[in-house]
Design a protein around this ligand. Structure first.
Ligand code: HEC
Length: 283
């Protein structure tokens, strides 16, 4: 039974690994940098200050194109904002309310009970769950299980993507649509940059998103560095939080579970000894 289970698990891992490296190989050797996020590992938790900085970057830079339609604005209370601040923050967004205007609907300023708007105009994907959606595919060895072993997941991918813009390689025609990014692997790729076998000769691919961050895009009250690298990490951490706001609670619950199981194991061991004691003594 155990052998079968182990085999099944290994096969599943192997298949997902092969799938992941297949997707990976399709875009050349994209390199996702290993950022040291505070929420990695079994003891890691979110850094509230970092999430606040990430929210600021999202609001001032990304929100013009991207929505966060699954995230209620009131959830920002977890980042340390009080009710007045939440109302003030929500007001800057306009949401469509069907009940206004005698049922015809109209726009009104958002309230904390509303979700972030879903921006649909820029053909940009919703970012609510992006950090989770991109967790499995990328990593230094192209294995989906990198997140498990090395703590490299969607947040690393997003941060690396922000910093992954480079001058287009010479092989590409000048009018090739999009922006060259060494981390993005699923975008357009010019025929001219493939070799005779059709394999990619340069890493990454061409993404439709213009480079959103250049460094110094925002100003932090506490004087925290707004270099490209720091901004990329901060906004990626914030998007990790939107995708998994209850991560801290999940880890805590896990620890309580493990703690109880440990106590239970000790008790079972002692009970087992006592039950078998009269029988074993006979030999
Ligand atoms: C000018 C509009 C615009 C802005 C501003 C913008 N994006 Fe994008 N973003 C896009 C578009 C368009 C795409 C789809 C790109 C594609 O599929 O080629 C995209 C895609 C993405 C993706 C998905 C990449 C993938 O693997 O599919 C992420 C993550 C992302 N953006 C993050 C951000 C972050 C973080 C910011 C703010 C720092 C930001 N974007 C600002 C337009 C924008």
């Amino acid at each position: 039974m155990f052998k079968k289970l182990t085999l099944a698990a290994l096969t599943a891992l192997g298949v997902s690994g092969a799938l992941a490296s297949g997707a990976h190989a399709a875009g050349g050797e994209a390199h996702v940098e290993d950022y040291a996020f505070s929420f990695e590992g079994p003891f890691g938790s979110y850094d509230q200050m970092q999430l606040q900085r990430g929210l600021k970057i999202f609001t001032e830079v990304c929100a013009s194109c991207h929505g966060l339609k699954y995230v209620p604005i009131r959830d920002l209370g977890a980042l340390g904002y009080n009710e007045d601040q939440l109302f003030a923050y929500a007001e800057q967004f306009d949401v469509f309310d069907q009940e206004l205007n005698d049922g015809d609907g109209d726009f009104r300023p958002a309230r904390p009970a509303d979700n972030f708007p879903a921006v649909t105009s820029a053909a940009a994907p919703d970012l609510s769950m992006m950090a989770k959606a991109r967790a499995g595919f990328h990593g230094p060895y192209g294995l989906g299980i990198n997140q498990f072993f090395k703590g490299i997941g969607g947040a690393e991918y997003i941060a690396s993507l922000m910093a992954g813009y480079h001058e287009a390689p010479e092989c590409a025609p000048e009018d090739f649509p999009g922006y060259y990014n060494t981390v993005f692997t699923v975008g357009g790729y010019p025929e001219e940059c493939k070799n005779e076998e059709g394999a990619h000769t340069v890493p990454g691919s061409w993404i439709a998103m213009p480079p959103p961050l250049a460094g110094d895009d925002v100003e932090f009250d506490d004087g925290h560095s707004a270099s490209l690298h720091h901004e990329a990490a901060d906004v990626a951490a914030f998007l990790m939080w939107t995708a998994e706001p209850k991560m801290n609670q999940r880890k805590e619950a896990g620890f309580i579970g493990v703690f109880f199981l440990l106590i239970l194991s000790v008790l079972l061991y002692l009970v087992n000894k006592r039950i078998w004691a009269p029988i074993k003594r006979k030999h």
